[in-house]
Design a protein around this ligand. Structure first.
Ligand code: SAH
Length: 243
């Protein structure tokens, strides 16, 4: 876990011995389950530490800065991770930021089964697992407008993704979206969707992941207004006909 330890230090994210151990167990489970099912294409240990763990942690300083909070923030915020897959960025954030009240959402049952095992093995508290489509859960009162933060990484293009994510955020809360090299191009096409859904871009910042020479950006969208009840649209419309 040396790569993770050096990288977290570079990001100024404090990790105790116990937290590093949680990352180690998470990596081991990822490797083990990946033999039975396709969870991630990244299997090499150092690559997992860089491209999954540090990549996810790299968004945290920006969020803390926007909240005007310490790193990790002390307030117990409610966060939902949409299309979390094998738990990214939700699980690394939860390990590094233990008082986060985390909900992990994915459409695929096998991902949720894996995450159930992870939550137990890491003894994570205040984590809720939900299997379902963002388009449906975003209309459900139990989830709509309930979160201080909503995160997503590698789920859909930005114009589609904003329609998945913003309905979950409470007024005044933040959507935290992780993007790769196509970020700028996608962003231009997503401006309209952000406006319609009640958001305002507060940051669209290049983020450097320690020891990784790849372009990354984190987009922070503040929810100014409630999302109109017609959104999110269902039956795959956010993807087929993005706003
Ligand atoms: N966020 C993870 C996984 C990315 S793969 C990571 O960064 O590694 C995309 C995941 O999003 C898949 O697990 C898929 O099941 C889920 N997904 C895609 N569209 C979704 C939707 N509309 N609702 C819920 N989950 C969705």
């Amino acid at each position: 876990m040396q790569t993770l330890i050096s990288g977290a230090t570079a990001l100024k994210i404090p990790l105790s011995r116990e937290q590093v151990e949680q990352f180690r167990v998470f990596a081991a489970l990822l490797g083990e389950w990946n033999q039975k099912m396709n969870l991630t294409a990244i299997t090499n240990s150092v690559e997992v530490q860089k491209k999954h763990f540090l990549d996810c942690l790299a968004g945290m300083p920006l969020v803390a800065e926007e909240l005007g909070a310490a790193l990790p923030p002390k307030r117990a915020l409610a966060c939902v991770d949409i299309g979390t897959g094998a738990g990214f960025p939700g699980v690394p954030l939860k390990i590094a930021w233990p008082n986060l009240k985390l909900t992990l959402v994915d459409g695929t049952a096998k991902k949720i089964r894996f995450l159930d095992e992870v939550v137990k093995a890491l003894a994570l508290k205040n984590v809720t697992l939900v299997q379902g489509r963002a388009e449906e859960l975003g209309r459900d009162r139990r989830f709509r407008g309930q979160f201080d933060l909503a995160t997503a990484r590698a789920v859909a293009r930005l114009n589609t993704l904003t329609e998945y994510v913003l309905p979950f955020v409470r007024q005044g809360g933040l959507a935290v979206i992780y993007k790769g090299p196509n970020a700028a191009e996608e962003f231009v096409k997503a401006r309209n969707a952000i406006e319609i859904l009640g958001g305002e871009t507060v940051r669209f910042s290049p983020v450097s992941v320690p020891m990784l020479d790849e372009a990354r950006r984190v987009l922070l969208i503040k929810k100014l207004r409630k999302t109109h009840r017609q959104y999110p649209r269902q039956q795959g419309l956010p993807r087929k006909e993005p706003l």
